[in-house]
Design a protein around this ligand. Structure first.
Ligand SMILES: Cc1ncc(COP(=O)(O)O)c(C=O)c1O
Length: 354
C-alpha cells in the first residue's frame, strides 16, 4: 500500500474553493462567534421547509438533547430509541435524566421497528433515526407518539412526498466532519413549534440575560456556519455524486452480497453505502479483501456498540440489531473520491469471491 491511491480512507471531507472563501470572509469580517452566518443557516432551513423555526447548535448531540428538552422531557420520562444507533442518542436521553427504552430495528432499513415500538409502554417521546440515509417510518409512529426525527445521517433525505424531518414534532441535524454537509462540528433543531425552538434558543447561551436560570453554551460559531452554508449551496452536486458512486458499487456487487434498503433509490441522500454479507465470517473476509486492495471500510456499528450491549441488556431481545452488526460493512462514498478511486473500489468489490 505504498501509493496514496492504494490507501483510500473510509471518509474524507470535501472542502471546495468556495468554502475556503466563505470561511475566509468570516475570519476577516471582525465577527467569528455566533452571528449573521448562524442566522442565515437558520433562515435557510426555514426556507427549505417553507415553514417552522430553527436553531443552530454546537453538535447533533446538543440538538437532540435540546429538542427533547423543548418537548418537555424530564427526569424519569421514558424515551424510546433504536438500539442500532449512535450512543449520542443514549447520552442525550441520560443528560435529561430520562430513561432510555431500547427498541429493535428493521432488517432492511436498519431503522426503528414501528411494531416493536407498539410493544413498549408509557413512552413520552421517540427518537426515530433515519439511519445512514434510509427513511424511518415516522408516519406509522406519530398517531400514538411524539417523535423527534434524527436526520443527522440524512439531510432532507429521500422521500418523494416531502423532505425528511417534517412529519415528527422536531428534526435534528449534525454537521460533524463525516456527515453529508459539514462544519467540522455543528448541529441544528428545526420544528413547526415556535415555543419548542424558543426553549432551545434560550438554553444555548447564557450571556446577557435579565434573569438567571441554568443555561449552557451550545452555540455554533459563524466560522462553522459559513462553511455549512457554503456547502449547502452545492447540496445537489454533493448528493448526485454520492448517488453516482452508490450506483457503481451496486453494479459491482457480486451475487451473495446485498445492501441497505434505499441505497438504490435514484433520489437517495446517502451518508453511507452499507453492504450486507450473509454472515460475520464473509463480512470480515470482505473487509480484509477491500483493505488488501487499499480500501478502508468500517463496520458502521459493532456488536459491542449496540446500545443494549452498552446497557448490558439481554441481546436475545434485539436479534435484528445483533444480526445487522455482524453482517454489515460501510464502503467509502464521499464526493472527494476521484473517478479513478471509485473505479478501483468498484473493481475490488467485483473481484471478491464469496
Ligand atoms: C444518528 C446520529 N444522531 C446523533 C449524532 C450526534 O451528532 P454529533 O456527532 O454532531 O454530536 C450522530 C453522530 O454522529 C448520529 O449518527
Amino acid at each position: 500500500m505504498g501509493s496514496p491511491d492504494l490507501n483510500i480512507p473510509h471518509n474524507l471531507p470535501l472542502i471546495a474553493t468556495e468554502d475556503l472563501e466563505a470561511v475566509n470572509a468570516t475570519l476577516t469580517s471582525g465577527w467569528i462567534a455566533q452571528g449573521k452566518a448562524v442566522s442565515s443557516l437558520e433562515s435557510f432551513f426555514v426556507e427549505k421547509y417553507a415553514q417552522g423555526f430553527s436553531c443552530a447548535l454546537s453538535s447533533g448531540t446538543s440538538a437532540l438533547f435540546l429538542a427533547l428538552k423543548g418537548l418537555g422531557i424530564k427526569t424519569g420520562d421514558r424515551v424510546a430509541i433504536p438500539t442500532y444507533a449512535c450512543s449520542a442518542i443514549l447520552n442525550a436521553v441520560y443528560m435529561l435524566q430520562a430513561k432510555p427504552v431500547l427498541v429493535d430495528v428493521l432488517p432492511d432499513t436498519f431503522c426503528l421497528d414501528p411494531q416493536g415500538l407498539n410493544e413498549v409502554q408509557d413512552i413520552s417521546a421517540v427518537v426515530a433515526v433515519h439511519t445512514f440515509g434510509a427513511k424511518a417510518d415516522v408516519q406509522k409512529m406519530i398517531d400514538s407518539h411524539v417523535v423527534v426525527e434524527d436526520c443527522c445521517q440524512s439531510v432532507w433525505g429521500a422521500d418523494n412526498e416531502s423532505l425528511l424531518g417534517m412529519v415528527g414534532s422536531a428534526a435534528v441535524f449534525s454537521f460533524y466532519a463525516t456527515k453529508i454537509i459539514t462544519g467540522g462540528q455543528g448541529g441544528l433543531v428545526w420544528s413547526r413549534d415556535e415555543s419548542l425552538v424558543n426553549t432551545v434558543k434560550d438554553y444555548r447561551q447564557f450571556d446577557g440575560r435579565t434573569f438567571y436560570e441554568p443555561r449552557f453554551n451550545f452555540q455554533m460559531s459563524d466560522i462553522q456556519a459559513s462553511l455549512i452554508v457554503s456547502q449547502f449551496k452545492r447540496f445537489e452536486t454533493i448528493t448526485r455524486r454520492r448517488q453516482f458512486i452508490a450506483r457503481q458499487y451496486l453494479d459491482a456487487l457480486p451475487i451473495g452480497l446485498s445492501f441497505q434498503k434505499g441505497a438504490d433509490k435514484t433520489d437517495a441522500v446517502l451518508q453511507r453505502f452499507v453492504v450486507i454479507a450473509p454472515n460475520v465470517s464473509i463480512r470480515d473476509r470482505f473487509q480484509k479483501h477491500m483493505l488488501d486492495g487499499g480500501v478502508n471500510c468500517i463496520v458502521p456499528i459493532m456488536r459491542f456498540e449496540l446500545l443494549h450491549n452498552y446497557l448490558k441488556l439481554d441481546p436475545q431481545q434485539y436479534p435484528v440489531a445483533e444480526n445487522i452488526a455482524d453482517r454489515t460493512l460501510s464502503l467509502p462514498i464521499y464526493p472527494a473520491l476521484t473517478d479513478a478511486q471509485v473505479k478501483l473500489i468498484s473493481n475490488c468489490i467485483k473481484n471478491f469471491k464469496i
